[in-house]
Design a protein around this ligand. Structure first.
Ligand code: DAH
Length: 327
């Protein structure tokens, strides 16, 4: 039978071609195509089956299948361990999955969010205002005399003689009262800028939350109640606090709030506050004989540092994951 010889010759040819068995994928592939491909030698032999006499056909089929199996086995044996053919066998299903690094909220933003939610719970709404503002809103309307040291080039970043990067969020008190008639009750979170030497305790930019509450019968007692509520929620209900007389051009009387630190055995200032000065009301055409209000302002970095025992303000701005991942 002629086919039988052809089968033998293909077998011999393959044995020669595959000794040694190629190691690079490309040569393995061309070997596979040559013998096992759709138009390969084995397929050619199968095609020859149609010329076989009926009586010889079962034997021919058997021999052909044997050849095909021998070749398949050779390919299988020699490509085991290759990435392609064995990827499935090498999967270790007990390995933990890949985890994606998940970002989280910056400690300053967390602190800001906490301050916001405390005041929103007692009826304050959140407002925002410009970081680049004119001298009027940042200083004049807040009753800063023209020669006040806060206007000095050393503290304030001037864009031009009339325009500044706001030094505090108090400028938004003025915008709010210009834009809407009292009563009003807002807190104002935002960035402020000061031209100060950078150190562990001061940075050229930081964040404040301003508060302003104007109505007909707002008193200093209301101010004390609200701020005590804030302090106890922020720092814990056992926190000892005090109001200490102070001065700000835009409040009269003015005070600063301190909290007692057991750890440091000292009072620590956390915010400034006071009753809105009648001069401020006049600068925005609000009648100080009808309307009264209190205002306060706090540094978010400072609150966050006190709350978590952070000792250097620069940590907030360095983006060091070892610091940030602690929060
Ligand atoms: N603007 C003040 C500062 O930057 C903080 C402040 C004090 C704001 C008293 C107020 C206030 O609204 O009443 O230091």
């Amino acid at each position: 039978m002629q086919l039988k010889e052809s089968i033998e010759s293909v077998r011999e040819q393959f044995r020669a071609d595959s000794d040694p068995f190629p190691t690079d994928t490309q040569s393995v592939e061309s070997l596979r195509v040559k013998y096992m491909g759709r138009k390969g030698l084995v397929a050619g032999l199968f095609a020859g089956m149609k010329n076989i006499e009926d009586k010889d056909r079962p034997l021919a089929g058997q021999l052909l299948n044997e050849l095909k199996q021998e070749l398949s086995k050779a390919f299988e044996a020699n490509t085991q361990g290759d990435e392609e053919s064995s990827a499935e066998d090498n999967v270790d299903y007990s390995l933990p999955g890949l985890t994606f690094p998940i970002g989280h909220v910056h400690p300053l933003q967390q602190t800001m969010d906490e301050i916001k939610s405390i005041f929103m719970d007692v009826g304050f709404s959140v407002a925002y205002g410009p970081e680049v503002d004119d001298d009027f809103h940042n200083f004049t309307a807040l009753n800063f005399p023209p020669e006040h040291p806060a206007r000095d080039m050393q503290d304030t970043f001037f864009i031009d003689p009339e325009t500044v990067l706001r030094t505090h969020t108090s400028n938004v008190q003025i915008h709010l009262m210009e834009d809407q008639d009292p009563p009003l009750r807002h807190i104002v979170p935002g960035r402020v800028y000061r031209n100060e030497a950078i150190s562990f305790k001061s940075y050229c930019l930081f964040h404040q939350v301003e508060g302003i509450y104007v109505d007909k019968h707002v008193s200093f007692a209301d101010q004390k109640g609200i701020l005590e509520y804030f302090v106890k929620r922020m720092f814990g209900s056992n926190t000892k606090m005090r109001f200490r007389p102070s001065f700000f051009p835009f409040t009269e009387p003015s005070a600063e709030v301190d909290i007692w630190s057991e750890k440091r055995d000292q009072w620590l200032e956390i915010l400034g506050c006071g009753m809105v000065d009648p001069e401020v009301f006049k600068s925005v055409n609000v009648d100080p004989n009808i309307w009264h209000g209190f205002a306060f302002g706090m540094g978010v970095e400072r609150i966050c540092m006190l709350k978590y025992g952070i000792d250097d303000i620069r940590h907030f701005y360095q983006g060091d994951m070892r610091f940030l991942e602690q929060f």
